[in-house]
Design a protein around this ligand. Structure first.
Ligand SMILES: [Zn+2]
Length: 302
């Protein structure tokens, strides 16, 4: 039997899916060994592939990594301890008969939603992952847009203010993700709750609690959510004006707020976006943490 492996390498865990064409046969995960500059990561992946292939003919291996990638070369990856790693060539050397693709993890997640999730009817869309930070994947004509240095889709670092208010991990100030990620929402709530009455004073100020309280009408929580929505709508409106995608696919932990967030976001977007792009569709991602293995398998299959 022919099989394809879809692999999503994260900073703590490596998810591995074995597929027969587009059908997921099994999935498993191993720990990411980041010691010694991550030198053992690919060897560990190879061992697991060999164990799981069980004599099947490996025709494709797709891999997502948490760093910029251009044409199969990883351009530095802090979470794994990697510098420049020619990952596609290394994997190809070990599995010369397989079709091998290595892409950025946010990009393979976007492709995964197109392959098996809520973006199946789109070929031009932007995936927006709202978690601790904000990740993005730009898909044009069914293909990931990597950009010249692999930073294509890094929408979390669009600067939305010029006020030097919130410093980002990237070293700059006032990046999109400092305002519209889970972390950004918490920062905003902590600012707004000073000297004001809110049930947030009795709870852990987490993104989930802020959304839950906002739904009950807590004014401070609602104000924090609304600020987040304003930034999201404005920035996605700008992205839409540049790319004019068919849709935005919203994923990540924050998207668990579901229709409460999406309805607000869509309403605000329609209001603020440039008129020819104001009807851009919005959908919630549906594959969760499995998007990466589906996308990795898809790009290795094509
Ligand atoms: Zn930044």
């Amino acid at each position: 039997m022919n099989c394809i492996f879809g692999i999503d390498i994260g900073g703590t865990e490596i998810k591995i899916g074995k597929f027969h064409y587009d059908k997921l046969l099994l999935k498993t995960s191993i720990k990411t060994d980041v010691s010694d500059q991550g030198k053992r990561i690919l060897a560990d992946v190879f061992n697991k592939i060999d164990e799981l292939s069980q004599g099947d003919n490996i025709v494709g291996i797709g891999v997502g990594v948490p760093g910029p990638v251009v044409k199969g070369v990883v351009n530095g990856c802090q979470n794994l301890g990697w510098g420049i790693v020619e990952a596609e060539a290394i994997i190809k050397e070990r599995y010369p008969d397989a079709r091998v693709r290595v892409l950025n993890d946010a990009n393979v997640a976007a492709i995964g939603e197109m392959a098996a999730g809520s973006a199946q009817k789109y070929r031009d869309f932007v995936m927006v992952t709202l978690g601790t930070g904000i990740g993005g994947g730009i898909v044009i004509n069914g293909e990931v847009y990597e950009g010249a240095t692999g930073a294509g889709g890094e929408i979390g670092h669009i600067q939305i203010l010029n006020a030097k208010q919130r410093r980002c991990n990237c070293g700059k100030f006032d990046c999109f993700e400092k305002y519209a990620s889970a972390t950004g929402l918490v920062t905003t709530a902590l600012e707004l709750m000073q000297g004001r009455e809110t049930k947030l004073h009795d709870l852990e100020v987490s993104s989930k609690n802020i959304f839950d309280l906002a739904k009950t009408g807590d004014e401070v929580a609602l104000a924090a959510v609304n600020q987040m929505v304003d930034v999201l709508a404005g920035t996605l409106g700008n992205i839409a004006a540049a790319l004019n995608p068919e849709a935005f696919v919203i994923g990540g932990g924050v998207s668990k707020a579901g229709s409460f967030l999406l309805d607000k976001l869509v309403a605000k977007f329609r209001e603020v976006a440039f008129y020819p792009v104001a009807d851009t569709e919005f959908v919630l991602a549906s594959l969760g943490n499995d998007a990466g293995i589906y996308g990795a398998a898809y790009v290795a299959r094509k």
